[in-house]
Design a protein around this ligand. Structure first.
Ligand code: ATP
Length: 243
């Protein structure tokens, strides 16, 4: 993948029956920044993520990755262009070791099939980055949720992405794991990666995000610097007070 890249949505629309799950969204996740997507259940965050990742085809609008139009490119083609994601629902191979789960991500790298040592190195780097070296040989199926989130993150990082989509990366993490996650994500942004995450915890969003997009009913209600958006009364109405 190489150079820094931004991910952009322009006028994205996705309908399910009569519902506009995503109703005309413009959004940019620039390199070197952590961008957070917030909003109540059903706001359209997951559908937007799926459109960006390429697992759902939008009904209208465009997706640009590193200046290239990818709207009609399938998910695996976007992976090759440097897009990685993690999911709200954790999906690891339970009988494989932690390291072999991460290796699956390293094998997505261009040319990986011809270069086993590069795959090993990328796997090791990703494990170290999230602090999983000591669990590398353990079966993934025996790990608690907090560890599995980190396995998924390491798997995404092993592909050396330019843009990383994270769907509720801190769900199920304890305080120490969350602190680790924050440090890892900040480090990735500092090295030029573009990060876009869906997160429900306002404290974590405030700590982590540079820019926040608040969604409700398929639309971006407001976006801007994290502090300003989190203080916005419209966001409080849509998002709180039960959060
Ligand atoms: P959550 O925080 O609960 O994950 P969300 O913000 O991610 O919510 P979406 O899951 O994108 O919201 O859902 C947006 C709207 O689209 C909802 O009304 C939902 O019921 C609808 N929707 C999403 N996916 C589908 C689908 N595959 N079929 C039908 N309707 C869907």
């Amino acid at each position: 993948p190489g150079a820094a890249a931004r991910l952009t949505a322009r006028g994205l629309v996705r309908r399910y029956g009569g519902i506009e799950a995503v109703a005309g969204v413009d959004l940019t996740a620039p390199p070197g920044r952590i961008t957070a997507l917030i909003g109540p259940n059903g706001a359209g965050k997951s559908t937007l993520f799926d459109c960006l990742a390429g697992t759902v085809r939008p009904d209208a609008g465009r997706v640009l990755l590193g200046g290239r139009e990818v709207t009609r490119r399938p998910a695996h083609a976007r992976v090759r262009l440097g897009l990685a994601r993690t999911f709200q629902q954790i999906a690891v191979f339970p009988t494989l070791s932690v390291a072999d789960n991460v290796r699956v991500g390293a094998e997505q790298r261009p040319g990986a099939r011809r270069d086993a040592r590069a795959v090993d190195a990328a796997t090791g780097r990703a494990l170290a980055l999230v602090g999983l070296q000591e669990l590398a040989a353990q079966p993934a199926g025996e790990q608690p949720t907090g560890v599995l989130r980190l396995v998924e993150l390491a798997r995404a990082l092993a592909g050396d992405p330019r843009v990383l989509l994270l769907d509720e990366p801190a769900a199920g993490l304890d305080t120490a794991q969350t602190a680790r996650l924050v440090a890892v994500l900040r480090g990735l942004a500092d090295r030029g990666m573009a990060l876009l995450l869906v997160e429900h915890d306002p404290d974590l969003v405030a700590e982590l995000a540079d820019t926040v997009y608040a969604m409700a009913d398929g639309r971006v209600v407001t976006h801007g610097p994290a502090g300003a958006v989190l203080a916005d009364a419209r966001v409080a109405r849509a998002w709180g007070p039960d959060r």
